[in-house]
Design a protein around this ligand. Structure first.
Ligand code: GDD
Length: 406
């Protein structure tokens, strides 16, 4: 049997995701019309002999209750949310719930970050992992950027030889994608790190040489990071291997990246769930260009023109002559006649007036590369909002550009 664990973090994480994370946990923010965490979950569903999926985080239990019960019913696989009393780090969180995770006596455990966007080639990874017969296999991708874990792998055996978390200077152009498969030996490895740390703490306690203190002294014994504390020390010991994905891979830390990833997932629906894309079934009569998701409860006027990369959530109303390109329109939004929304995220219950424009240049990595309207923002008729972030409950009656409206 196999189980999967998805690390969802908690409210103190994901601060770069504001103002969209004010009242929705980031893992539940919709990409391509489905909660962010839904995409790795549906990928897990395709693993043979999958017994259970666990979400581990330190959000309040009630934030996830509705989602886990509906997804369990839909997939016919138990999906459970396990709440940590405090952050234990990406490996510490796994270890904290080891007894529950091992209930079904799985031979393999998948571990996935919730904030990565890729095609999750999990079954292929598992096959490769069995061939390597190490303790763990890490999904890697060729990218040149230093905000990720960088690693060196043996080109023939694929063994992980060297690992550095977010290095300051160039190490390699292979990065850690935040998707892993382990044998249950991972628990022994985490235990070792944690015991070692306790020993060090005791030693320090006995020793008067303050200078002997290691830089990790501030970390509690039960806080273990998968990257620094496991991947780095276990590299080059024939325990860890790599599996390279040639497909797309992105990390979702900012609203800009969520818009980009929404588009990547919409494109992937062509292969995995074409029924979710608008236009194919003829039920939406508006003109649809490229990949578009429209929630069944949304009302879209037949003269609106929508796409590519547009995702429209529940109870949204789109008026006559509206043009939408590259945007996420969240629940209960109204976009009135002839308004235009380009490269933007429109928050829950917001309203965009007639002939208004909400837009940006669509540079997903720039701070104001997309326009974001927080929850319940009102853009009055004929107002133009360009490359701006508007916090919740604001009313805009004059046009703005390159501004953060607090
Ligand atoms: N439950 C729980 N508890 N989840 C946590 C905790 C914790 O204490 N700390 C982090 N997470 C979750 C986050 O929500 C995220 O899904 C994942 O674990 C990794 O988060 P971080 O440890 O903050 O690392 P990162 O996202 O900056 O970078 C990691 O992922 C990159 C790929 O996206 C590193 O492993 C990088 O090397 C890697 O490239």
């Amino acid at each position: 049997k196999v189980v999967a664990v998805i690390m969802v973090g908690g409210p103190t994480k994901g601060t770069r995701f504001r103002p969209l994370s004010f009242n929705t946990p980031k893992p539940l923010f919709p990409l391509a019309g489905q909660p962010m965490v839904h995409h790795p979950i549906s990928a897990c569903k395709r693993i043979p002999n999958l017994a259970q999926i666990f979400l581990i985080g330190f959000y309040e239990e009630k934030e996830f209750t509705l989602y886990v019960s509906s997804i369990s019913n839909e997939l016919k696989i138990p999906v459970r949310y396990l709440k940590e009393d405090k952050p234990h780090g990406s490996a510490g969180g796994l270890y904290y719930f080891r007894n529950i995770i091992m209930e079904d006596n799985p031979s393999h455990i998948f571990l996935l970050n919730c904030d990565v966007c890729c095609s999750f080639p999990l079954t292929d990874m598992l096959e490769a992992h069995k061939r390597y017969s190490g303790m763990g296999t890490v999904l890697v991708s060729a990218e040149s950027a230093n905000q990720f874990g960088e690693l060196v792998a043996d080109p023939i055996t694929k063994e992980l030889l060297h690992y550095t978390e977010k290095p300051e200077t160039f190490v390699s152009d292979l990065i850690n994608c935040g998707v892993y498969v382990f044998t249950p030996d991972i628990f022994t490895a985490i235990q070792e790190v944690s015991t070692h740390r306790e020993d060090q703490a005791n030693l320090r306690h006995l020793s008067s040489f303050e200078t002997l203190q290691s830089p990790t002294r501030a970390l509690p014994q039960d806080f273990v990071r998968l990257d620094q504390d496991i991947l780095s020390p276990f590299a080059g010991k024939k325990q860890l291997y790599t599996y390279e994905t040639m497909d797309f891979w992105e990390q979702i830390k900012t609203p800009g990246m969520s818009l980009k990833c929404s588009g990547l997932y919409l494109a992937q629906f062509r292969y995995t769930s074409p029924d979710l894309l608008a236009g194919g079934d003829g039920t939406k009569s508006a003109s649809i260009l490229g990949d578009v998701y429209v929630h069944p409860s949304a009302k879209v006027h037949p003269t609106a023109k929508i796409g590519p990369n547009v995702s429209i959530s529940a109870n949204v109303r789109i008026g006559a002559g509206v043009r939408l390109i590259g945007c996420i329109i969240l629940d209960d939004v109204e976009v009135q006649e002839n308004a235009v929304v380009i490269n933007s995220i429109v928050g829950w219950k917001s309203s965009i007036g007639k002939w208004s424009r909400v837009q940006a240049d669509g540079d997903y990595n720039a701070k104001l590369g997309i326009t974001i309207l927080g929850e319940a923002v009102i853009v009055e008729d004929e107002v133009v909002v360009i490359s701006s972030i508007v916090l919740p409950n604001k009313t805009l009656n004059v046009s703005v550009q390159d501004e953060i409206i607090l």
